[in-house]
Design a protein around this ligand. Structure first.
Ligand code: SF4
Length: 313
């Protein structure tokens, strides 16, 4: 029990879940900020290898929060770090390869992108967003070599454990592909973060809780939980206009997140509970722009119910 009367063991404050900040602070002993990068990769779900047009919710920017950049990676990084350091002077960085599928290229291209960041003293880790069907044995072996120098996070977009949902959103791979990948990665020093989206069409609350419970039982290190963002220009926005489906309200989302946290083991780091949809392209739900309020409501609900991450396991 800490001074906030909080029984959750991985917390120095009032948070009743294992925050990314808590992990970074105890792991690197300094402020660490993620610097998003667009390395110009594409995605097998857009170029015809797995499908055309991509996942139905994905924007032209490849599902990143970043504005697509054609700048050199080093320039993008310097600009991003300078921006972070205005907020947190002297912070270190995680080079975050965010846009599209960042292991979908020949090994030489991956080396060109990742090697320079492993060498930098101001980078304490790399985070690489990708798909479970885009990590060859060769790519994993290369990332393991990098992990001898820097912490390497592999971020796997899963979105849902339910294959019917994966088909409906044109994910282009199913849960079994994801499991095979996690099994491979779990034999390595690479850190695994899994991305889930709440409120996808056809899913009810028990299905979403089941996704959280199931990924929490796997040998992974972190999760990102997001609310679905309906973004302008996406296939999902079009189909929503023709056949609207229920999007969770803020209070429904808060209830759901609390329930998902209760079934995630305490050691699993929660990298995110909200997304950062670029507001000018966000169609719905507009409450997702109130990030601070959403996070506060989650904290308040957990205190009110005297619950914490992993309590229902
Ligand atoms: S795998 Fe990622 S980048 Fe590719 S279409 Fe789906 S969300 Fe977009």
């Amino acid at each position: 029990m800490n001074r906030y009367n909080n029984p959750f063991p991985f917390s120095d404050d009032n948070k009743r879940y294992h925050t990314w900040n808590h992990y970074l602070k105890h792991r690197f002993h300094t402020k660490v900020a993620k610097v998003p990068l667009d390395a110009g990769f594409t995605c097998p779900n857009r170029d015809g290898t797995k499908g055309w047009g991509g996942c139905t919710f994905c924007t032209a920017a490849g599902s990143g929060d970043t504005i697509p950049s054609h700048e050199d990676l080093a320039v993008q990084f310097e600009q991003g770090l300078a921006q972070m350091r205005r907020k947190w002077p002297g912070c270190d960085a995680i080079a975050y390869f965010q846009a599209y599928t960042n292991t979908y290229a020949p090994l030489e291209r991956l080396q060109e992108c990742f090697d320079p960041f492993v060498e930098r003293a101001d980078v304490c880790a790399l985070a690489i967003a990708t798909r479970a069907d885009c990590l060859s044995k060769e790519a994993i072996a290369y990332l393991c070599r990098l992990a001898e120098q820097k912490e390497i996070w592999v971020e796997l977009g899963l979105q849902s454990i339910h294959d019917a949902t994966a088909e409906a959103i044109h994910r282009g791979h199913g849960y079994q592909d994801f499991l095979t990948c996690v099994q491979r990665l779990s034999q390595t020093p690479l850190k695994i973060c899994v991305h889930l989206i709440n409120s996808l069409p056809g899913e009810d609350v028990p299905m979403m809780i089941e996704s959280a419970r199931t990924v929490g039982s796997l040998p992974i290190h972190a999760v990102k939980l997001h609310m679905l963002h309906l973004m302008k220009g996406t296939q999902l926005a079009q189909s929503y206009a023709a056949h609207p489906f229920h999007l969770l309200s803020m209070s429904e989302y808060v209830d759901l997140i609390v329930a998902q946290l209760e079934v995630l083991p305490a050691h699993i780091i929660i990298q995110r509970l909200t997304g950062d949809g670029l507001s000018r392209d966000l169609l719905a739900p507009l409450w997702t722009q109130k990030k601070v309020q959403v996070l506060n409501e989650i904290d308040k609900a957990m205190v009110r119910r005297n619950t914490w991450q992993g309590r229902c396991l």
